[in-house]
Design a protein around this ligand. Sequence first.
Ligand code: BTN
Length: 255
Amino acid sequence: MTALPAGYRHEAFPVLPSTNDAVLERLVGGDVGGLWITAESQSAGRGRRGNVWSSRVGNLFASLGLVDPAPAEKAATLSFVSAVALHQALVDVCGPGIVDRLALKWPNDVLLDRHKIAGILIEGQPLSPGRFAVVAGIGVNCEHHPGTTGPFPSASLAGLGYRVRADEMFTALAASLANEIVRWDRGAGFADTRAAWLGRATGIGAPVTVRLPDSVREGVFRDIDDEGRLVLGLPGGGTTLITAGEIFFRQRAET
Ligand code: BTN
């Protein structure tokens, strides 16, 4: 068995409702953090925006629990740390030839050949006064994937030519996320994380439609700011900052 980076522990289960819930429960129960929980399958896997995350045996379902990993206002940027780490883990496991086929999509999707092959769900919970728990839940479609429709249909690594076992993926991810958490430096190093994310991102400078919880905005994806918010260039000039939403790339107008 491959050792985990120093300071981390790992518990593996055949099946859990959700590895995110299992980790949060442990942190609320007094775990000090640095705990990874994986499951071979999940019976109630959760995605962002309340979506179900399809969780069949063969894919990776992993959650890392941390206690007070950064000042509260910086904690959400752990999603970019996780995305950069997942990108690196995929390169480590699949080889450098995958790099040109991989891209990060705001806020924290990982695309292979423009197909979603992984998802990241960051959740938090207050603990005793002044302390809080954060969990980074990561799912990787090693063997299976759900539907194939939409602007960014999903796919599996196997379907796109990479045979990777969930446990190999986990070992690489645990190592790369530990490294990225060091670079993040409790949020003080987010400028470096941001630069790494931007260097791997798709769609900077592209016309996008942003779907928000209760509206839709159109503009140009200019940048992400020092909190990871999307900087959207507006059609009439100026910019607005988007904290959470889903982006869809539009065709560029003919010039
Ligand atoms: C997304 O919607 O893109 C995020 C998906 C996150 C799925 C992972 S699988 C491990 C962890 N446990 C869950 O219930 N969800 C996350």
